[in-house]
Ligand binder design. Structure first.
Ligand code: URA
Length: 258
């Protein structure tokens, strides 16, 4: 085992110890229940599953990241000079406006959804409808405000009738998300729903199979750990105790990397 890998594993152990000693960031069951989630999921489950090559947070140590102002500027330029004028696929024809993404450029956590819906298309902001309300509660249950994390989508324009984006549309848009991730360098990405997980990770398995297990977004170096979970819209439709417990378990697992 090389020294770098040993160091990464050591760091991960220290992180895990800290987590077990103090408890992960979640701040109490009241907020958790508010968020439509259930406390008491197995905190170790998803984090124990590990990512191949593990210790991803360790790999980030020593990384030359952009300063906050540079990030803000880079994101602004990407949005204003490229995304807003984008005509790379047919989705541009039906949009009211593009939905670039928003949040803290230094966010430790980045949520990635599938694509804007009607509310998002109208307001130019991600997750502003009912799904957004639930997502916000989940974020608060994790101990953060919405302004402290970053929220983006795989595609930046609303697909007609909210259909899943087609492969060509995802391909056309994928470099925007990749560059957002490269600029922000979150410690963890949480994908929301099956399509987002498939599109971000290029996996074929359904969300029920892959949620709660660590993956990696390979588009940037070093790769960013990814935790897939259910989409808030799905949770609203299937508001069962089991589903809420699974999402909460996934979110807690993600917190162990932060
Ligand atoms: N669903 C998504 O996947 N993204 C949004 O921005 C809103 C709803």
């Amino acid at each position: 085992m090389d020294a770098m890998r040993r160091m990464r594993i050591l760091k991960q152990h220290v992180q895990t110890d800290r987590m077990l000693g103090v408890g992960a960031v979640p701040r109490g069951s009241a907020r958790v229940l508010d968020a439509g989630l259930e406390p008491g999921g197995d905190p170790g489950k998803a984090s124990d599953s590990g990512v191949s090559g593990g210790g991803v947070s360790g790999r980030r140590v020593g990384l030359a990241v952009m300063g906050r102002q540079e990030k803000i500027e880079a994101l602004r330029v990407l949005d204003e000079q490229e995304v807003r004028n984008c005509k790379k696929c047919v989705l541009c024809e039906g949009r009211i406006q593009t939905v670039f993404g928003e949040g803290d450029p230094d966010a430790p956590i980045m949520f990635v959804g599938e694509g804007p819906g009607q509310n998002e298309d109208e307001q130019g902001r991600p997750f502003v409808g009912r799904s957004g309300d639930l997502l916000e509660k989940q974020i608060q249950a994790m101990g953060f405000d919405r302004s402290q994390i970053y929220i983006a989508n795989v595609v930046k324009c609303r697909p007609p009738n909210n259909r899943t984006p087609l492969a060509g549309e995802v391909d056309a848009c994928s470099d925007y998300l990749r560059r957002q991730i490269e600029i922000i360098r979150p410690k963890v990405i949480i994908t929301l729903g099956g399509p987002a997980a498939k599109l971000v990770l290029g996996v074929k398995e359904g969300i029920t199979r892959i949620r709660g297990t660590w993956h990696e977004y390979p588009g940037v170096e070093p790769a960013v750990p990814v935790m897939p979970t259910f989409h808030p819209a799905y949770l609203l439709r299937q508001y069962t105790k089991e589903n809420r417990a699974m999402v909460w378990s996934d979110l807690k697992a993600a917190l162990t990397r932060v």
